[in-house]
Design a protein around this ligand. Structure first.
Ligand code: SF4
Length: 398
């Protein structure tokens, strides 16, 4: 079965979770991106940052270089690129520091997290399961499959690990919550690996005011803080500005270990003012960046419902793409040659005006205002040109 045809005429015969996800997000967006080839410009810095971070983790395990060095080299190439930075990511320099902190931490804890990792990460290394639909395999590209130490291999089995980069920490409770993630479920089904995990590189908050009450990672040893490098402490309150100035630091935090924080919370309100002393830590020694490792186990029987939904989605998508493609062929009879207008006109006649229902809850559920293809849907060419680029434009113009 042909799932869809790209703008250059090549057919796609396999189905994946990302296709399913994009199509259920907005069927029109699917055709605009996959069949016509519209991409977003300029790209958010967060995406490139995540790619550099993942590549550094891979290089650390496979090429014997330090993760930090590898990150610095690849992130340096992005310095002059026009990237969009969010309020939290701020700038290239800020993300550079966050990346260095995260990868220094990773080098310290890697031996405890991964044992014998096999890296996939590239489309060439994809895995597939053929009993999805006749002639249409379900494919996935997992990040890492890790093997436990040899002596435990038969007892423990392998673990499928998805590497994430996130502004905030992932929810880790109740235990095993990551097994609810649909993409991990599908990867687990395709690879037949029930144990799954998220390895999350949390960039954390960078605004000093917003750091109050956040969990921290101690970047360097600080006198008076009885924890090792890489442990976390809890920030209780920032010092008054005057005191911070006296200490010649932009900000100095009073930090509590988790035990102290618990004792503090247990005190009656009036006694909290006379709280037990924490330690003073200069801002440069603290970072909100940290690494989370969240594990779970996927039950194959529970994935069946999702697989059924994906089979239906693949069939509907295939029919819709076929209708779209015949419309393109029909229009080309009257207007020979390839032009982007033909593709856009063809799309108008295709039933993809509704947002399919999907599980989960997101509020506000507004898909359009942040969509880079809004210009297309509003008929505003300037807006479309400002936010999207048509990947195969050169080929179409030839
Ligand atoms: S603007 Fe809305 S309708 Fe148009 S492609 Fe984007 S999400 Fe879909």
């Amino acid at each position: 079965m042909i799932v869809y045809t790209r703008a250059d005429g090549s057919a796609v015969n396999s189905f994946s979770y990302s296709q399913f996800d994009l199509d259920t997000d907005c069927p029109r967006k699917f055709l605009l991106m996959r069949a016509i080839g519209y991409d977003e410009i300029p790209r958010g810095a967060a995406l490139d940052f995540g790619i550099c971070l993942e590549a550094a983790v891979k290089a650390f395990h496979t090429m014997g270089v330090t993760a930090r060095e590898s990150f610095e080299q690849s992130w340096a190439l992005k310095k002059d690129k026009e990237l969009r930075y969010t309020t939290n990511d701020k700038s290239w320099d800020n993300l550079n520091r966050v990346g260095e902190v995260l990868l220094s931490l990773y080098e310290k804890v890697a031996g405890r997290i991964l044992h014998e990792p096999v890296f996939y990460m590239d489309w060439e290394n994809r895995s597939q399961r053929d009993d999805f639909l006749p002639g249409t395999p379900l494919v996935c590209v997992p990040d890492i499959v890790d093997w436990p130490p040899r002596h435990k291999r038969w007892g423990g089995g392998s673990r499928l690990i998805d590497v994430k980069t996130s502004a905030n920490a992932y929810r880790s409770e109740p235990d095993g919550i990551c097994s609810m993630d649909p993409q991990l479920k599908i990867q687990s089904w395709v690879m037949k690996v029930p144990r799954v995990a998220f390895m999350v590189f949390v960039k954390g908050k960078t605004e000093v005011e917003r750091m109050k009450g956040a969990r921290f990672t101690l970047v360097e040893r600080v006198p008076g803080v009885p924890i090792d490098v890489g442990a976390t402490v809890v920030c209780c309150a920032a010092l008054p500005k005057k005191q911070a100035e006296e200490l010649k630091e932009l900000a100095v935090f009073e930090v509590y270990t988790e035990k102290q924080q618990k004792e503090y919370k247990a005190l009656p309100k009036e006694q909290q003012k006379n709280r037990p002393p924490g330690a003073l830590v200069p801002q440069k020694s603290l970072s909100c960046a940290r690494i989370q490792f969240i594990e779970g186990r996927v039950d194959e029987r529970e994935v069946e419902g999702l697989i059924t939904l994906m089979r239906e989605s693949a069939s509907v998508l295939s029919r819709r793409s076929e209708a779209y493609r015949s419309k393109v062929d029909e229009l080309q009879k009257y207007a020979p040659g390839l032009s982007i207008d033909v593709y856009k006109k063809a799309l108008r006649g295709i039933m993809c005006e509704t947002f399919p229902q999907r599980s989960g809850m997101r509020f506000p559920d507004d898909k359009c205002s942040g969509c880079h293809l809004l210009g297309h849907c509003l008929g505003d060419e300037k807006l479309l040109e400002a936010r999207a680029v048509q990947r195969s434009e050169a080929w179409m113009e030839e």
